[in-house]
Structure formats: C-alpha cells, structure tokens
Write a protein that binds this ligand. Structure first.
Ligand code: LAC
Length: 300
C-alpha cells in the first residue's frame, strides 16, 4: 500500500505519522510546496522506525507520488480561529484543482482523500476535476465532527466514546447537523442512560460546533483530532473493513458533496446508508446541503 501526502504541514505530517504508527502503508511519500518541510517531516518519521511498524518513508515532489493507492490532500491555506472555513474557498480552489489533476495523472487508480478546507467544496471540486468515480473521491467531512461529538458525549455521560453510535452529518462547517434522535450506546438508546437529560445533549452539540475554533484560538490549529479521524478513514480503506463512517462524497440524490454515514473499504466510499432522522433533522440537513451548494456555486 502506497499512501502519498500532498501537503506536509501540521495536519499532513500528523496524519502521515499516525498512519505510520498504525502500519497502514508499506510506502509513505510526503510532498509540500516547501520541499524542506516535506523532507524534514519524512526524516523525523523515518528516524523513529526502530520502534514503529516498518515502511519506506520518502519525500519528494508530486511525480514521486506516482502509483499511489491513496493520495491525502491537506495542502492549502489554513483558517484563523474567527474565520469560517468557507473563506478559504477562493484561496484554495485554484491550488487544489491543479494539484488534483496532476496527482491523478501520476496515480490514475488512486483514491483521493481530501482534508483541505472548505472541505465539502474541495471534495466537490476534486470530484469534478479528477474524473474519478464518486466512490474514489472522499472528504474527511464530518468524521472529525463525529469524533468530537462522540468524545464529548462520552465525557458528559462517563462512557467509552468507542461504544457510542452518534453521527454528525451535512457540512463540515457552521451548518453541520449532530443527529440526536438516534444516539445509542452499544445499541441501547442514550435516553436509557442514568443521568440522561436533553439539556446535556444540547450543550454537547453546541460544544461540537465551536470545537475547532476553540482549539485554533488556543494553539493556532487543530492537529490530533483531524489526524485520528483521517486515519480512521485510511484504516477502513486499507483494511477493507467496510466500516460505516460519515465521510464526504458526491451524492447524486443531493447533487453535491456532503457527509452522510457511508460504507468505507478498499473500493473507497459507498453506498451511503439511510440513517433515520426526525423531520427537524431532515430539514437541518437540507439547509446544510443548500449551504454547501451555495459555496460550490462560487467555485471559479
Ligand atoms: C477542523 C478543521 C480540520 O474542524 O476543519 O478542525
């Protein structure tokens, strides 16, 4: 398995390192507009190989990604704490379009994994310019928001986050939709939990929406939750586990890239599963889709 990274900034490097710790690839290639950055991160990961699963850790430019099974794209301008992700649209759209076209030329059989923000729009753009089938253009989407949702629910109710089935769907952004009606803990409705109160759920949902901005304001950018979330998707692909994850893919029903619970395996992402929603949740999802579409309409 060859996984290449276009972008070796904080998130790209953390995803590459986490993937190496999990033994997800036999070959990892780091690239970056600043070649010394890619080289430094590759050497830093390589130098720990005496105590991690073995892999060839390389650095180079986009031609060195040739023949990749998965290409992870984190390149682009990151946002500031008080900036909505969509502000990055004009800054990143031209860059991403060019990188995607070139990457796919070198790796026509790859799966593209998008992390660059605004994520939903960049995933839509990558789908449009790559010529790849929708299942092979995957955005991290609300997998990250879902991780935060489950982590905060676990903290609130004193349970193992890995036992919680709860999804955030829609936009990886201000209109994200934490689904409340279907939260279960190993199949048991959350409402059955001792100490359950709906106000606590509302607080958790509010926390999830501001989570990224909070971390950016404190430390300049989010790194570890994105890396853990990204590697959950990479692991499902590499191990062909057909895990259900709310990744962002082009959805022909909605006519745009949007995050919904989807089977993820070596084939990429699909089919999207029909998660039960209340009328209120469905309306919120429709609003989120409309928001993504409005941003996609601004693509150059
Ligand atoms: C975040 C960035 C990755 O949500 O969009 O932390």
């Amino acid at each position: 398995m060859k996984i290449s990274f276009i972008g070796s900034g904080k998130v790209g490097a953390a995803v590459a390192y986490t993937a190496s710790l999990k033994g997800l690839a036999q070959e990892i290639v780091l690239t970056d507009a600043f070649s010394d950055k890619a080289r430094g991160e590759a050497l830093d990961i390589l130098q720990g190989q005496a105590f991690t699963p073995q892999a060839q850790i390389k650095y180079g430019d986009i031609k060195d990604t040739a023949g990749s099974d998965i290409i992870v794209i984190t390149a682009g301008i990151p946002r500031k704490a008080d900036e909505p992700r969509v502000l990055l649209l004009s800054r990143n759209a031209g860059l991403i379009a060019g990188l995607v076209k070139e990457a796919v030329l070198y790796s026509p059989d790859c799966i593209l994994f998008m992390i660059t923000n605004p994520l939903d729009v960049m995933t839509q753009l990558a789908y449009q310019v790559s010529g790849l089938s929708a299942n092979r253009v995957i955005g991290m989407g609300t997998v990250l928001d879902t991780a935060r949702y489950r982590s905060y629910l676990a903290e609130q109710f004193g349970i193992d986050a890995r036992d919680i089935d709860a999804y955030v769907v829609g936009e990886h952004g201000e209109t994200m939709v934490p689904l409340v009606s279907q939260i279960t803990i190993k199949g048991i409705p959350l409402t059955e939990l001792p100490g359950y109160e709906s106000a606590a759920i509302d607080r958790v949902c509010d926390e999830v929406r501001i989570a990224s901005g909070q971390v950016i304001a404190l430390k300049g950018g989010t790194v570890f939750a994105p890396a853990a979330s990204a590697c959950a998707v990479l692991e499902a692909i590499v191990k062909d586990s057909n895990q259900i994850l709310p990744v962002c893919t082009y959805n022909s029903e909605y006519g745009v890239a949007v995050s919904l619970p989807t089977l993820v395996g070596r084939h990429g992402a699909g089919p999207v599963l029909n998660v039960p929603m209340t009328d209120c949740e469905k309306a919120a999802l429709e609003k989120s889709v409309a928001n993504i579409k409005a941003y996609v309409a601004e693509l150059p």
